[in-house]
Design a protein around this ligand. Sequence first.
Ligand code: TCR
Length: 825
Amino acid sequence: NLSGYKNVEKKKVVIGGMFPVHKRIASSDGNTSRVPVSSGCEGFNFRTFRWTQTMLFAINEINKRNDILPNTDLGYVIYDSCFTISKAVEGTLTYLSGQDEAVPNYRCGTGAPLAALVGAGGSDLSIATARILGLYHFPQVGCYSSSCSALESKFQFPTFLRTIPNDKHQSTAMAQLVLHFGWTWVGTIAADDDYGKYGIKDFKEQVEEAGVCISFSETLPKVSSPEDIQRIVQTVVEATAKIIVVFSSDVDLSPLIVELLRHNVTNRTWIASEAWVTSALINQPDVSSVLGGTLGFGVKRANIPGLQHHLLDLDPYDDPLAEEFWELQMAEEVNGTLSRPVRGIPEGLCTGRESLAQLNNTYLDVSQLRITYSVYKAVYAVAHALHNLEHCEAGKGPFNGKKECADITKFEPWQLMYYLKNVHFKVPNTDEELYFDNGDVEAFYDIINWQINSNGEISYITVGRYNGSAAPEDRMTIVNDSIVWNNEVLQPPRSVCSENCQPGTRKGIRQGEPVCCFDFRTTKQPCVCSYRNYARECVLCSGDYWSNEAHDACLPKIIEFLAFGEPLGITLIVISAFGALLTIAVGVVYVVNLGTPLVKANDALLSFSLLFSLVVTFLCSIVFLGEPQHWSCMTSQVGLALGFALCLSSLMGRYMVQKVHTFLLAVLFCVYVWIRTAHLCTCTVWLIILPPHPVKNTSAQNIKIILECDEGSVVFICCIFAYDILLALLAFIFAFIARKLEDHLSEAKCVTFGMLVFFIVWISFVPAYLSTRGKFMVAVQIFAILASSFGLLTCIFLPKCYVLLIKPERNTEEMMRPRAKLSDG
Ligand code: TCR
């Protein structure tokens, strides 16, 4: 323990410091037959020794200044926590007792009041000491390197303040970094202490929420364990994750790095937590193959003018730590290595008057003053608090509700705590304002990239920043181009469990594995996934599109309708045109023979309307062809319905005329006209309210869009065709009754037969229509129209045309008369 006072005349206050100057405690021999002694420490740490010296430097600096604590001198007591909880606790108790023994006897012994403890280094050490100090309301401030998020609880650690940002920000920053580069498959390694465990826990929680999967989670052993290290190396080698996040202090990590170097585990990108990102313990010669390209977070860096001079000015006879440092340093000069702890240096090898100036080691390296700067700030925070305490104006103080002040020569620790919580000052030589927000300081990190410079050494290049107090989207700024990656392509590595889905496949879950790992299954779905869109899922093509064979692009579906130009279309047009022409030809024959008995006998007007309606139905069938349009959808259905209605009512009318009495005829005619009007009205209403219209039918077939006419309203279309059916039945019945009145042409029989044909065609149409798809439905419809029209045309007009054209001699009054009468006569 170092201790000292500078100026004897002034008032004195002692600041405690606790640093892990050694890396571990020496293992005990386990002998219980002797009086136990506090275990010694081993593994001198040059970096933390620099922190210790920084505390002394800051205290000296403050003592020399006239603006802070002009009438008071700061003293110090420094303990070595040896990076071990038990030593830290021991040191705390010793400090509180003010004696050299670890007896918690509060403030007995030394006359000068104890101010605050700066320490104890790692979070788990600080947690242990904070619990003891908290009991006495003793401020533990400026914990320069205890960053663990668990320490933020003011309930558990009421007197704990720190000058390093809370690790929850660092975990968030790491998570953002991982998400920024699209890594979804990462491994984690944590130190077996609160720092590592809480840090990785916070990190995991955040990335997992964002869909990242953890490939492996390993814990570094606290006490040397080669088997554990071997196992971790094995995991790292076998894992497919190329990104490994390490939350650990350099001391705990270095054995693993040595092994990784031995196994030459390259092609990984390491994400470093702040504790090892600028550590010379890790950044040994030739780690570049393994650790080049590492990305990590460093806390605020600053230059501390005068510190280097102070470090060089070390007097080896000052205190035991300085002496040990000196011996090791000089031994290293001789042996050229520090990896073997050198003990028992031959007498006379070093004199204590050697110069440190030529040395180039961690202790003297002031290029990355980050934690060092944090120590510096911590001492200043205590000094400022003491200053404010001393300069409290009588009667304006904060205490006991009576505006009392504290006395610098005998204040209570909780009184200092009050001032510490409220310090707000500018750190010398920087532009940083320091204040505690609920015990924490602002989170500000540099993103550091390990780049190999021309000498083959690693240099720390700042490639971005993270500001924890900014709005979430502006927190991280990172210059991708300035990052040097540790791979041949010099591109950000990819770290995914399964590559994104391959063309023609979709994600298939692997039982019991993380969601980021999946199989590719081929799919019949119209979906697309290509490397280009990095889709993890196969993206479904939208309604009018269908995926191509390779499933890497969506193609427009084939549009289908029965076109005029295609063979089937042409055939149907030719047939219907032929039918229409044939009907017209029959009409012409009738006109030519207008005065003859045959034409007269059959009521020429009804014949012409029959012929006309057949022309209409023939032509209607053509309208069904081609790409459906608004007008064509309307015309085709309505034209067909009206055409058939006219045709069937003409037929029915003809036999009614023959059969029914004139009076009744008039009545029936009225009824007929009425129904006919209703039919026309229904058609009109239909066309106005719910007209048939063209639609794209995408559901009927996967790869096609069928353009078709939608009826608009099923009820209307049923009504309209129901009327046709009614007429057809009536016509059939009348013709059937009339067939007994045989004339020589057996006309009624022919009509009956024609009607039968008509029924058969339309009855068989129904199943045929329902069982076809797409454009063939239209073809079936046209076919039915043509067949029924031809049926009627041939059955009714063929025998007559035969007589008119070929056997005109039979065209006599005689022949037209019904046979029964003929034989009677
Ligand atoms: N916080 C760590 C300990 C630690 C450390 C370091 C140790 C930090 N930075 C640098 C050695 C060197 C950050 C903790 O335990 O909270």
